[in-house]
Design a protein around this ligand. Structure first.
Ligand code: SAM
Length: 228
């Protein structure tokens, strides 16, 4: 069963807040490792990653590592966020689906780069927190719902881009089915403790898979992922 969480009030952040730390992150972690897409780099520079974290962890927000967000879940390392986002090749016109809202940080990056974002998260408390921060930042092109994202969000499909931010034993079939022709899906696939980041493109003749390299994510739990 899904619960829809609507948009609320706006409170924008001070744009100068930790801008220097974000510049350092973009240059030393992203550009230095080959992230080239100027729109992705601009979004990573713009979005205030620290506001998606609890206060005690905000000073570590721009470090080169994942961080805890509660409920045994994590916000991904900035480089992985940028790498996955770049692989989606967003131009600003897309309808994008995210599985695993978590803190809402990746959602905000997508909201900067796509037209509309749909995001599914299985843990209600994370949805409420993410929705609040995204509202405060003014991201009104984001719809979030609570549920099993391994089934996608069929009522709003098809999507030009789908990103899965938790690791699955295999590519969830409903997600490739909900891609447009020409649509791109990025998903970590493999075991519980290490995976490969797989990009799938749906073409008129079938699915083309590319391996973007090794990664490590928390588990995708649901009907088409891990069972627990
Ligand atoms: N993108 C997030 C961010 O920027 O903070 C990080 C996501 S965290 C690595 C993975 C998230 O996927 C967790 O919040 C977890 O609860 C969620 N998740 C796991 N299985 C899921 C499922 N079947 N449907 C929706 N969300 C799921």
């Amino acid at each position: 069963m899904f619960l829809y969480v609507g948009a609320g009030t706006v409170r924008r952040n001070d744009p100068t807040n930790l801008a220097h730390e974000r510049t350092k992150m973009v240059e030393s972690q992203l550009v230095a490792r080959g992230i080239k897409n100027p729109r992705v780099l601009a979004a990573m520079q713009k979005v205030h990653r620290h506001v998606f974290l609890e206060e005690a962890l905000q000073c570590q927000a721009y470090g080169d590592h994942p961080l805890p967000i509660g409920e045994k879940q994590t916000i991904s390392q900035p480089y992985i966020v940028a790498l996955m986002t770049q692989a989606l090749e967003l131009t600003g016109r897309e309808k994008a689906l995210e599985i695993g809202t978590g803190s809402g940080y990746q959602t905000a990056i997508l909201a900067e780069l796509a037209d509309m974002v749909y995001s599914v998260e299985r843990i209600p408390v994370l949805v409420y927190k993410a929705r609040k921060v995204l509202d405060e930042l003014g991201y009104f092109n984001v719809n979030i719902r609570i549920g099993d994202g391994t089934r996608g969000w069929p009522e709003e499909s098809p999507y030009d881009a789908i990103i899965v931010t938790a690791a699955s034993p295999e590519i969830p079939a409903p997600l490739t089915e909900q891609l447009t022709t020409g649509g791109r899906l990025v998903v970590p696939v493999g075991g519980r403790y290490s995976q490969e980041l797989i990009r799938v493109e749906r073409t008129e003749t079938g699915l083309i898979q590319t391996n973007l390299g090794g990664c490590r994510f928390v588990s995708l739990i649901g009907q088409h992922g891990w069972r627990d």
